[in-house]
Ligand binder design. Structure first.
Ligand code: CMC
Length: 433
């Protein structure tokens, strides 16, 4: 694993006092100002709402160059992995840092396959949710509940850590599929160890006891690729949440449950559901694409072009490019004509020619086309963000594991600039006005 390299220092003048702070460089030339001594030497802290300029850690898992539209897991280009790798192989790569040898992959897949059942008592939890419950709320609470069934997760030895990694990677898809079955009133379909990870998930989602279910290999491959594309994205909102919770040494299930909650929001993973809702509104109400773009540009309308824009990418999101092509391929192969795909392409064309989007460097992101593929696979709308969570899980695990093995691990605890009242004297209630 490469480490930060010293790169000279920077001079900072604060209220007449000059301090020299070290500069560090990552393996792709990214420059960082190490401010560890800032407060002790100057009394000042940094203020960076939204962490737009703040590196919370150094990491060797994922590299993004937002200006050039580059995404790599452990040095491998995302387009190559999307085409050639499987979800479990990519998971291994993210978590352990290298592509597995054949035997290593077999052992990893075998371990994950063998942990796919959930405790029988947990099945009863599903009855406690109303039929209208969003599957993300079920997923986050069920994942946290796993810590009650596997209390060894609280003793963070390396052996327990690996065992619980296998468990969560495996059980998340069972929990996700069961939450869907519960919502439509069908019996749970348990995992089948003879099937691969993605096929097993599709079978748990769509098989029924009354008839056999044929898995379409094209659908399976498309889902595999979607999961690979979502598998990590460095220090995004949910991953940072996993790291923050993990920094208090909370167990893996608690950390992932928190990550799932962070992912749920429409500005993050929830955007894949929001994109389809937006396209459906445009289709249903027959809204002209140019008028919709004008609405998005009007700040008073409170409307965003969902699936557009990204904190880091100021160029095409490479995942969106791959997904757009995959969308065309899959819909062609399945013989589906999608009005929503047509609207999405018209929106993209209109936005990419428009000064508002050009000036702000807003491009389609991963969520813009993924929903159309998920819909073509028969995944219901409210399960879209669950699919994102299943895909992102290996990334959360890899980042959590990396954090725990980093030397000098510290609890994450940002500071603040206080703006409230100065010291006041308590006023008894009868004297208050
Ligand atoms: N539609 C219209 N205007 C936008 C959009 C959009 N989708 N995204 C950003 N802008 C405008 C924004 O109003 C602001 O304009 P101004 O400078 O005039 O105030 C400018 O672009 C910068 O936006 P920002 O909100 O400061 O940018 P950010 O880096 O804080 O937010 C974002 C990034 C992804 C939250 C935002 O682009 C957004 O809300 N996009 C829509 C939701 C979405 O698709 N989210 C999925 C993100 S990718 C997958 C993931 O992370 O889960």
């Amino acid at each position: 694993m490469s480490t930060l390299q010293p790169k000279g220092d920077a001079e900072l003048k604060i209220q007449g006092k000059t301090v020299r702070l070290p500069l560090v460089e990552g393996s792709e030339g990214e420059l960082g100002l190490d401010i560890a001594r800032l407060r002790s030497e100057t009394g000042a802290i940094t203020l960076d709402p939204g962490y737009v300029n703040t590196g919370s850690c150094s990491s060797s898992v994922t590299y993004i160059d937002g200006e050039r539209g580059i995404l790599r897991y452990r040095g491998y280009a995302i387009d190559e992995l999307a085409e050639k790798s499987s979800f479990l192989e990519t998971s291994y790569l993210l978590i352990y840092g290298k592509l597995p040898a054949r035997r290593e992959l077999e052992v990893f897949v075998d371990q994950i396959t063998r942990h796919s059942m959930i405790h029988e008592d947990m099945k009863r939890f599903f009855n406690g949710y109303p039929a209208t419950a969003h599957p993300m709320s079920i997923l986050s609470s069920m994942v946290c509940s796993l810590s009650s069934y596997y209390p060894d997760c609280m003793h963070n030895s390396p052996e327990n850590r690996e065992l619980n990694i296998y468990r969560i990677l495996s059980k998340i898809s069972t929990i996700a599929a069961f939450s869907y079955k519960k919502s439509i009133g069908q019996p749970f379909v348990g995992p089948l160890n003879r099937l691969g990870y993605v096929d097993n998930f599709l079978n748990m989602m769509f098989a029924v006891p009354a008839e056999s279910y044929e898995i379409n290999p094209k659908a399976s491959r498309a889902l595999e690729m979607i999961l690979v594309l979502h598998a990590d994205h460095e220090q995004n909102c949910s991953t940072s949440t996993v790291r923050i919770v993990g920094s208090s040494l909370a167990n893996l299930y608690a950390c992932v449950s928190a990550g799932i909650c962070a992912l749920w929001g429409p500005l993050h993973g929830g955007a894949n559901q929001a994109v389809i809702e937006m396209l459906a509104d445009i289709e249903r109400e027959g809204i002209d694409v140019a008028k919709f773009v004008a609405r998005v540009k009007d700040k008073d309308s409170n409307t965003r072009l969902m699936g557009f824009g990204h904190r880091v990418y100021k160029n095409f999101d490479p995942r969106a490019k791959i997904l757009k092509q995959a969308c065309d391929d899959l819909l062609g192969q399945l013989g589906i004509r999608s009005r929503q795909l047509e609207i999405a392409k018209q929106l993209e064309d209109a936005a990419l020619k428009d000064d508002y989007f050009i000036e702000r460097k807003l491009y389609p992101n991963v969520d813009f086309y993924s929903g159309i593929i998920l819909r073509a696979l028969g995944i219901p709308l409210n399960m879209f963000t669950v699919m994102f969570a299943i895909g992102r899980l290996p990334g959360w695990i890899a980042q959590w594991r990396e954090m725990l093995s980093s030397p000098g691990l510290k609890i994450n605890r940002p500071r603040q600039i206080y703006t409230g009242p100065n010291l006041r004297t308590y006023v008894p209630i009868e004297q208050r006005v």
